[in-house]
Design a protein around this ligand. Structure first.
Ligand code: ADP
Ligand code: MG
Length: 211
Protein backbone atom coordinates (compact mmCIF):
# COMPACT_ATOMS: atom_id res chain seq x y z
CA UNK A 1 0.00 0.00 0.00
CA UNK A 2 1.02 3.62 0.03
CA UNK A 3 4.19 4.96 1.55
CA UNK A 4 2.40 8.26 2.12
CA UNK A 5 -0.56 6.94 4.07
CA UNK A 6 -0.61 4.13 6.64
CA UNK A 7 -2.21 0.84 5.63
CA UNK A 8 -4.67 1.22 8.52
CA UNK A 9 -5.95 4.47 6.99
CA UNK A 10 -6.28 2.72 3.63
CA UNK A 11 -8.51 0.05 5.22
CA UNK A 12 -10.71 2.69 6.84
CA UNK A 13 -11.05 4.65 3.59
CA UNK A 14 -11.80 1.46 1.67
CA UNK A 15 -14.64 0.37 3.96
CA UNK A 16 -16.13 3.87 3.92
CA UNK A 17 -16.06 3.98 0.12
CA UNK A 18 -17.33 0.39 -0.11
CA UNK A 19 -20.39 1.39 1.93
CA UNK A 20 -20.98 4.38 -0.35
CA UNK A 21 -20.68 2.29 -3.51
CA UNK A 22 -22.79 -0.65 -2.31
CA UNK A 23 -25.45 1.78 -1.02
CA UNK A 24 -25.60 3.40 -4.45
CA UNK A 25 -26.16 -0.08 -5.97
CA UNK A 26 -28.40 -1.45 -3.20
CA UNK A 27 -31.57 -1.60 -5.30
CA UNK A 28 -29.79 -3.12 -8.30
CA UNK A 29 -28.26 -5.85 -6.09
CA UNK A 30 -31.68 -6.51 -4.60
CA UNK A 31 -33.21 -6.88 -8.06
CA UNK A 32 -30.48 -9.31 -9.15
CA UNK A 33 -31.07 -11.37 -6.00
CA UNK A 34 -34.84 -11.28 -6.58
CA UNK A 35 -34.36 -12.92 -9.99
CA UNK A 36 -33.60 -16.26 -8.31
CA UNK A 37 -33.15 -15.60 -4.59
CA UNK A 38 -34.99 -13.59 -1.94
CA UNK A 39 -34.06 -10.06 -3.01
CA UNK A 40 -32.16 -9.08 0.12
CA UNK A 41 -28.57 -9.03 -1.10
CA UNK A 42 -28.27 -5.23 -1.40
CA UNK A 43 -29.79 -4.66 2.04
CA UNK A 44 -27.62 -7.39 3.58
CA UNK A 45 -24.41 -5.90 2.20
CA UNK A 46 -25.36 -2.36 3.31
CA UNK A 47 -26.18 -3.62 6.82
CA UNK A 48 -22.88 -5.49 7.05
CA UNK A 49 -20.80 -2.58 5.78
CA UNK A 50 -22.51 -0.11 8.12
CA UNK A 51 -21.63 -2.37 11.05
CA UNK A 52 -18.06 -2.81 9.78
CA UNK A 53 -17.59 0.96 9.55
CA UNK A 54 -19.13 1.45 13.00
CA UNK A 55 -16.75 -1.14 14.47
CA UNK A 56 -13.79 0.68 12.93
CA UNK A 57 -14.80 3.97 14.52
CA UNK A 58 -13.63 2.52 17.86
CA UNK A 59 -11.13 -0.14 16.72
CA UNK A 60 -7.39 0.47 16.77
CA UNK A 61 -4.40 -1.52 15.55
CA UNK A 62 -2.80 -2.57 12.29
CA UNK A 63 -4.55 -2.85 8.93
CA UNK A 64 -4.78 -6.60 9.58
CA UNK A 65 -6.44 -6.01 12.97
CA UNK A 66 -8.92 -3.59 11.41
CA UNK A 67 -9.89 -6.01 8.63
CA UNK A 68 -10.45 -8.78 11.21
CA UNK A 69 -12.61 -6.51 13.36
CA UNK A 70 -14.57 -5.36 10.31
CA UNK A 71 -15.18 -8.96 9.25
CA UNK A 72 -16.52 -9.94 12.65
CA UNK A 73 -18.89 -6.99 12.76
CA UNK A 74 -19.98 -7.61 9.17
CA UNK A 75 -20.83 -11.27 9.81
CA UNK A 76 -22.75 -10.50 13.03
CA UNK A 77 -24.85 -7.72 11.51
CA UNK A 78 -25.40 -8.85 7.93
CA UNK A 79 -26.76 -12.37 8.38
CA UNK A 80 -27.56 -14.61 5.45
CA UNK A 81 -25.11 -16.56 3.34
CA UNK A 82 -23.23 -13.50 2.20
CA UNK A 83 -22.93 -12.22 5.80
CA UNK A 84 -21.02 -15.29 6.90
CA UNK A 85 -18.99 -15.58 3.71
CA UNK A 86 -17.99 -11.94 3.17
CA UNK A 87 -17.34 -11.66 6.92
CA UNK A 88 -15.00 -14.66 6.74
CA UNK A 89 -13.34 -13.19 3.66
CA UNK A 90 -12.51 -9.99 5.55
CA UNK A 91 -11.47 -11.74 8.76
CA UNK A 92 -9.22 -14.32 7.08
CA UNK A 93 -7.58 -11.62 4.95
CA UNK A 94 -6.95 -9.53 8.07
CA UNK A 95 -5.60 -12.42 10.14
CA UNK A 96 -3.28 -13.57 7.38
CA UNK A 97 -1.97 -10.05 6.73
CA UNK A 98 -1.44 -9.45 10.44
CA UNK A 99 0.99 -6.62 11.07
CA UNK A 100 2.23 -6.61 7.51
CA UNK A 101 4.13 -6.06 5.36
CA UNK A 102 1.30 -4.95 3.10
CA UNK A 103 2.75 -5.55 -0.33
CA UNK A 104 1.54 -7.42 -3.41
CA UNK A 105 3.04 -10.76 -2.33
CA UNK A 106 1.49 -10.67 1.16
CA UNK A 107 -1.90 -9.50 -0.13
CA UNK A 108 -1.89 -12.38 -2.66
CA UNK A 109 -1.14 -14.82 0.15
CA UNK A 110 -3.90 -13.36 2.35
CA UNK A 111 -6.50 -13.43 -0.42
CA UNK A 112 -5.56 -17.00 -1.35
CA UNK A 113 -6.14 -18.01 2.29
CA UNK A 114 -9.46 -16.12 2.30
CA UNK A 115 -10.56 -17.77 -0.97
CA UNK A 116 -9.78 -21.22 0.47
CA UNK A 117 -11.75 -20.38 3.63
CA UNK A 118 -14.80 -19.08 1.72
CA UNK A 119 -14.82 -22.11 -0.58
CA UNK A 120 -14.60 -24.44 2.41
CA UNK A 121 -17.36 -22.67 4.35
CA UNK A 122 -19.77 -22.39 1.43
CA UNK A 123 -18.72 -25.62 -0.31
CA UNK A 124 -18.91 -23.77 -3.63
CA UNK A 125 -16.68 -24.44 -6.61
CA UNK A 126 -15.97 -22.20 -9.61
CA UNK A 127 -18.95 -22.39 -11.96
CA UNK A 128 -21.55 -22.69 -9.20
CA UNK A 129 -22.66 -19.06 -9.83
CA UNK A 130 -21.47 -17.46 -6.60
CA UNK A 131 -19.08 -14.73 -5.52
CA UNK A 132 -16.31 -17.34 -5.98
CA UNK A 133 -16.69 -16.81 -9.74
CA UNK A 134 -15.45 -13.22 -9.32
CA UNK A 135 -13.07 -13.78 -6.40
CA UNK A 136 -11.07 -16.71 -7.76
CA UNK A 137 -10.24 -15.17 -11.16
CA UNK A 138 -9.22 -11.98 -9.34
CA UNK A 139 -6.94 -13.78 -6.88
CA UNK A 140 -5.41 -15.83 -9.71
CA UNK A 141 -4.80 -12.69 -11.79
CA UNK A 142 -3.28 -10.88 -8.79
CA UNK A 143 -1.00 -13.84 -8.13
CA UNK A 144 0.15 -13.69 -11.77
CA UNK A 145 1.41 -10.09 -11.37
CA UNK A 146 5.11 -9.51 -10.68
CA UNK A 147 5.53 -9.93 -6.91
CA UNK A 148 7.51 -6.68 -6.74
CA UNK A 149 4.83 -4.64 -8.56
CA UNK A 150 3.26 -1.92 -6.40
CA UNK A 151 -0.05 -3.17 -4.99
CA UNK A 152 -2.01 -0.37 -6.67
CA UNK A 153 -0.62 -1.40 -10.09
CA UNK A 154 -1.09 -5.15 -9.58
CA UNK A 155 -4.63 -4.63 -8.24
CA UNK A 156 -5.69 -2.55 -11.24
CA UNK A 157 -4.21 -5.10 -13.63
CA UNK A 158 -6.17 -7.92 -11.95
CA UNK A 159 -9.52 -6.11 -11.78
CA UNK A 160 -10.71 -6.98 -15.32
CA UNK A 161 -10.51 -10.69 -14.41
CA UNK A 162 -12.99 -10.13 -11.56
CA UNK A 163 -15.33 -8.17 -13.85
CA UNK A 164 -15.18 -10.85 -16.54
CA UNK A 165 -15.82 -13.50 -13.88
CA UNK A 166 -18.92 -11.71 -12.58
CA UNK A 167 -20.16 -11.16 -16.14
CA UNK A 168 -19.70 -14.86 -16.92
CA UNK A 169 -22.07 -15.83 -14.09
CA UNK A 170 -24.95 -14.65 -16.33
CA UNK A 171 -24.75 -17.87 -18.28
CA UNK A 172 -24.36 -20.09 -15.21
CA UNK A 173 -27.06 -21.95 -13.31
CA UNK A 174 -26.90 -21.48 -9.55
CA UNK A 175 -25.80 -24.59 -7.68
CA UNK A 176 -25.20 -23.09 -4.22
CA UNK A 177 -27.16 -20.91 -1.84
CA UNK A 178 -30.80 -19.95 -1.96
CA UNK A 179 -30.94 -19.42 -5.72
CA UNK A 180 -29.89 -23.05 -6.36
CA UNK A 181 -33.47 -24.05 -5.48
CA UNK A 182 -34.72 -22.14 -8.49
CA UNK A 183 -32.11 -23.56 -10.83
CA UNK A 184 -32.59 -22.23 -14.34
CA UNK A 185 -34.41 -19.11 -13.21
CA UNK A 186 -30.99 -17.68 -12.43
CA UNK A 187 -29.91 -17.98 -16.10
CA UNK A 188 -29.44 -14.63 -17.85
CA UNK A 189 -28.77 -12.65 -14.65
CA UNK A 190 -25.37 -12.20 -13.06
CA UNK A 191 -24.92 -13.51 -9.53
CA UNK A 192 -25.53 -10.67 -7.04
CA UNK A 193 -22.69 -11.76 -4.75
CA UNK A 194 -20.23 -11.73 -7.65
CA UNK A 195 -21.43 -8.26 -8.68
CA UNK A 196 -21.10 -6.84 -5.15
CA UNK A 197 -17.65 -8.39 -4.78
CA UNK A 198 -16.51 -6.51 -7.89
CA UNK A 199 -17.83 -3.27 -6.33
CA UNK A 200 -15.72 -3.96 -3.21
CA UNK A 201 -12.63 -4.62 -5.33
CA UNK A 202 -13.25 -1.46 -7.39
CA UNK A 203 -13.57 0.64 -4.22
CA UNK A 204 -10.18 -0.67 -3.10
CA UNK A 205 -8.72 0.26 -6.49
CA UNK A 206 -10.01 3.83 -6.10
CA UNK A 207 -8.50 4.11 -2.63
CA UNK A 208 -5.13 2.67 -3.70
CA UNK A 209 -5.01 5.11 -6.61
CA UNK A 210 -5.61 8.13 -4.36
CA UNK A 211 -3.58 7.22 -1.28
P1 ADP B 1 -28.98 -15.16 1.16
O1 ADP B 1 -28.67 -16.13 0.04
O2 ADP B 1 -28.83 -15.81 2.51
O3 ADP B 1 -30.25 -14.42 0.95
P2 ADP B 1 -27.54 -12.88 0.14
O4 ADP B 1 -28.72 -12.68 -0.74
O5 ADP B 1 -27.05 -11.70 0.89
O6 ADP B 1 -27.76 -14.10 1.13
O7 ADP B 1 -26.30 -13.36 -0.74
C1 ADP B 1 -26.46 -14.17 -1.86
C2 ADP B 1 -25.09 -14.36 -2.49
O8 ADP B 1 -24.25 -15.11 -1.60
C3 ADP B 1 -25.11 -15.14 -3.77
O9 ADP B 1 -25.32 -14.28 -4.86
C4 ADP B 1 -23.74 -15.82 -3.81
O10 ADP B 1 -22.77 -15.00 -4.45
C5 ADP B 1 -23.36 -15.91 -2.35
N1 ADP B 1 -23.50 -17.29 -1.88
C6 ADP B 1 -24.60 -17.91 -1.42
N2 ADP B 1 -24.31 -19.18 -1.05
C7 ADP B 1 -22.98 -19.35 -1.28
C8 ADP B 1 -22.06 -20.42 -1.09
N3 ADP B 1 -22.45 -21.61 -0.58
N4 ADP B 1 -20.77 -20.23 -1.43
C9 ADP B 1 -20.35 -19.05 -1.95
N5 ADP B 1 -21.17 -18.00 -2.14
C10 ADP B 1 -22.46 -18.14 -1.81
MG1 MG C 1 -30.61 -13.20 -0.70
Amino acid sequence: MSSVEGADTVVRRWLALALESISAHEDELGRLDAAAGDGDHGATMVRGLRAANAALSTATGSAGDLLSAAGGAFADAAGGASGALVGALLTTTGRTLGNGPYDTASVVKALQAALTMVMRLGRAQPGDKTLIDALKPFVDALAAQPADAPLSVAWRAALPAAMAGAEATQSMIARRGRSAKLGERSLGHPDPGAVSLVLLLQAADTVFATS
